[in-house]
Write a protein that binds this ligand. Sequence first.
Ligand SMILES: Cc1ncc(C[n+]2csc(CCOP(=O)(O)OP(=O)(O)O)c2C)c(N)n1
Ligand SMILES: [Mg+2]
Length: 896
Amino acid sequence: MTPISQQPILNPATDSDPDETLDWLDSLAEVIERDGLARSEYLLDRLIESGRRAGGRFHTRHTTPYRNTVGVEAQPPYPGDLDMEARITAIHRWNALAMVSRANKAHAELGGHIATYASIADLFEVGFNHFFRGATESHPGDLVYFQAHASPGVYARAFLEGRLSEDRLEHFRREVSGGIGRGLSSYPHPTLMPDFWQFPTGSMGLGLISAIYQARFQRYMENRGIGAASDRRVWAFVGDGEMDEPESLAGISLAAREQLDNMVLVVNCNLQRLDGPVRGNGNVVQELETLFAGAGWNVIKCLWGSNWDVLFARDREGWILRRMAEAVDGEFQKLAATDGHYNREHFFSRYPELAALVANMSDHDIDQLKRGGHDPAKIYAAYAAAVAHRGQPTVILAQSTKGYGMGASGQGANTSHQTKKLAREDLGRFRERFGLPLTDTDLDELRYFHPGPDSEEVRYLQERRAALGGYVPTRRSTARPMPLKQPDIYVPFHADSGDRSISTTMGAVRLLNKLMRDSQLGPRIVPVVADEARTFGMQDMFRQYGIYSPWGQNYTPQDSEQLAFYREDTKGQILEEGITEAGSMASWIAAGTAYSHSDEPMLPFYIFYSMFGFQRVADLIWNAADSQARGFLLGATAGRTTLSGEGLQHEDGQSHIYAATIPTCRAYDPAFGYEVAVIIEDGVRAMMSDGETAFYYITLYNENYPQPAMPVGAEEGIRRGLYLLSENKDKKAPRVQLVGSGSILRQVQAAAARLEADFGVAADVWSATSFAELRKDGLDCDRWNLLHPTETPRTPWVTQQLSSRQGPVVAATDFMRSYPDLVRNWVPGRFTVLGTDGFGRSDTRVALRDFFEVDERYITLAALQSLVAEGSLPRETLDGLIEKLGIDADKPSPLA
Ligand SMILES: Cc1ncc(C[n+]2csc(CCOP(=O)(O)OP(=O)(O)O)c2C)c(N)n1
Ligand SMILES: [Mg+2]
């Protein structure tokens, strides 16, 4: 007979024959008893299979009971000195707590977190002592994505390792006042601690998606034969609350599909987030198990510590699991926040049989019952099972207690996330609980504790790290320079296109093709697309370079007869990510930082609909910048009026505004193919040869027009953001300076022609390849001038260029007016800006440019108005002008 406690609750309303149900259950119980669980699982699988053949759905649930996946019998012996490791972890716990508390004592505004590291300390430490491999000559080392706000614990460890001095701990979250480079960043930031942190994880959700695409990128490199193959692993530590971020889940099916068994994800299931429980009325562990198992991951639950083992062993009837299945996380949290007595009364006393199980235990014993995430033996068993597993990525759902050891000051409390100090009596209990050799004064003064480099603890920790290859995290901050010699590649793109009309997108794709054929640079290029390669005319690359797939191509593609067929290949170079801009960015980051994590400089080109770049994944781009990723982002089909037929959702007039917010982004809005070529050549030089920390964003258009030849000497201006494209030689005529960017530059040229022909006005035409670069230069000069008031002032490039010219300035672009407005401070004289503010809509280019008031007529109008305002033309010029230009002055405004 099945023990009553393990029987499902039979509901007569849904069970038409409870006796028959019990017969089946008894049979199953018998098989389990006689032949074991494996046999019973096998039989059930066969039953389900045959039921499905008969037409039944038989959806199986992806959950297992609320207990450890690795049973006691399968648990390997612990390879380390548990006692020693407990002492070391206790010291980290103390120093992390002291660091946050001291910082906040001195400056209450500084912030920091104690409770998160308190919950994840053991999960980190087992990794540090037994799993995370550092980079050596013979092994590239593992890649560890640390839960961001557990950073104090990682600093505390580095303090014991002798990598961070006490002075640096004192400057936690004070990265400026102590001198640049002396402080410790709040969260992992490669930009702020370039020799330490490898991966920024502080924006919740981005850590996991980045880690998954990193694991996939490692496979990609290996399959393409770049770098030596290795068993390097990617570890990611995330919070359970963080799993609600869409990006956290965005990569999980890819990881399973590509069988990324080089990936171990540890979810720190402390059941709490910032405000309260993650799933008060549910079970986050069970929910995540369903999601991950359903996606095809190997799921390992690490829920209970070793002192539960005897209870489970005694509980032959299964009362504990029954009780656990009833408890929701809100209750588990309360149990974590309370003492042994409360746990006895509220958890164990629900059933007499359950209460009997703990009858011989004192309240103190019950209080000592640990969760799996706080028991190194259980954690080790889970990690060992994870790294031994083949064919699937592994997720470890580790149950822990938020604010573990913080007592009434924060253990399991809804307020624990933001707690920055412990009450004095809780400090005392903390000392006792973790056996810390601290005096009362140490506690009162929150003194850091270092047992000394020759102490047993530090020697042990150093030996472990030495055995595992060195310190983690450690970041390689400089790239192996790639000496590139390929100017010939770019030169043909400086010529005109003759009679052919082509778009800048086409030009850029052609150039990319050429670069990929270069023997040095070619193999380093990683083209990334999110299901838009055909949109940008890249389909030929499918056959030539192949689409990466770890499976090669196990089918005959539909278009196999065609020249440019859809070719998948294990050595494929193109990352065709499908419709996931977030995934594509994560791939781009992995490739763009390969110079650091893999000592292999790679150059990713991610080409996308410009609207679905910054607008969609700006935070990942910010993360890329922090990661010091290098590469090209190509925002194609740019421009509010140039993409024309697509409308409000697709027509981008704002990405350059976003781009200008990123300090290391060099963003360009070129009009012509040669400008694209000069910018890409500059980017390749800067990022691959000179190791500059920057990435390039280039907007590309789909409007076809004849591409002119590059004016002699234009390169510097193209790179700096502005150059003179054409000059009107008429010295006597009233003069105006017309500036344009992207596809609207051609409207500017048309306006110049009309001004000359119809109004006798001389217009000089400028191409503004980057208002953002001009602005940086302007800000830089202003700053220098402000700080050096007695020295000869510096003049920004835009001022230098325009101040030698006469006449008011009019600028027009296919982006919002705030884009050219970026340079307003430094434009001498009257400056009028035309742009495409407002929601996009679909129509022809001609109609849209009229609607947004950026076609040549409006530019002409603005130029003439400026000249009249300056007195260079008579007032009468304006009479009848609107009608003459065919403009409807009372048309609806595009602004609203
Ligand atoms: C995108 C984003 N949103 C919000 C935050 C602020 N935040 C930091 S930690 C945190 C709670 C995290 O809870 P959980 O993931 O469960 O981690 P725990 O501290 O419980 O281990 C929040 C809301 C953030 N850092 N990033
Ligand atoms: Mg949490």
